[in-house]
Design a protein around this ligand. Structure first.
Ligand code: FMN
Length: 174
């Protein structure tokens, strides 16, 4: 891989994993990619719960009941601390943005070393809170199943189906 853009194109949402654990050094590598992400005012309202135990994975899968999800060897649960997130003068809380940057670093770091990931936000957050015993100010924001992609994948070329530059880039005014 020669350029960052190649890595960006290489990443896609992986929804089918090999039955093979993620080695600890690889897990540590992607977590470090996330830890070094920037955050608003460097407040770092970031928490990641690493879920590998089959029993706990099974419980979490009840919050997002998809067959492929529970087959991931490892699930990262990203949580935002709303007490620590930076708030703009108008009150806007930047916790979600900070978490999103961290997650994006991790998805790209994972792609670089051959691991697959898929953002998951469509889960039952109330149930997740209960299972992981999260205090009120800690919000579960996204799951990231992580593992080696199996040979059979769905759509690996969604990045080719993005809006055109013309549709999203505005020259000087909206
Ligand atoms: C914030 C966010 C939430 C998402 N939530 C889900 C989800 O709950 N389930 C799922 O299967 N994919 C989810 N995705 C994956 C998107 O569907 C996927 O990124 C998009 O279709 C583009 O495909 P690509 O990732 O392969 O480029 C989510 C992605 C983002 C960025």
């Amino acid at each position: 891989m020669e350029r960052f853009l190649d890595l960006v194109k290489q990443r896609y949402s992986v929804r089918s994993f090999l039955d093979k654990p993620v080695p600890d050094d690889q897990l540590q590598y992607i977590l470090e990619c996330g830890r070094l992400a920037p955050s608003a005012a460097n407040f770092q309202p970031l928490h990641v719960i690493v879920v590998r135990q089959p029993g706990l994975k099974e419980k979490l899968a009840a919050t997002y009941p998809r067959d492929w999800f529970k087959l991931a060897p490892l699930i990262l649960v990203f949580c935002g601390d709303h007490h620590q997130g930076w708030k703009r003068a108008d009150g806007k809380d930047h916790t979600d943005i900070d978490l999103a940057i961290m997650i994006d670093h991790i998805t790209l770091g994972a792609a670089e070393i051959g691991l697959g990931t898929c953002w998951v936000c469509n889960f039952d957050a109330a149930m997740c809170r209960q299972i992981l015993e999260l205090p009120g100010h800690i919000e579960p924001i996204a799951y990231l199943p992580v593992g080696y992609p199996s040979a059979v994948q769905g759509d690996t070329t969604r990045h080719l189906k993005r809006k055109s530059m013309d549709e999203i880039i505005h020259d000087e005014n909206f």
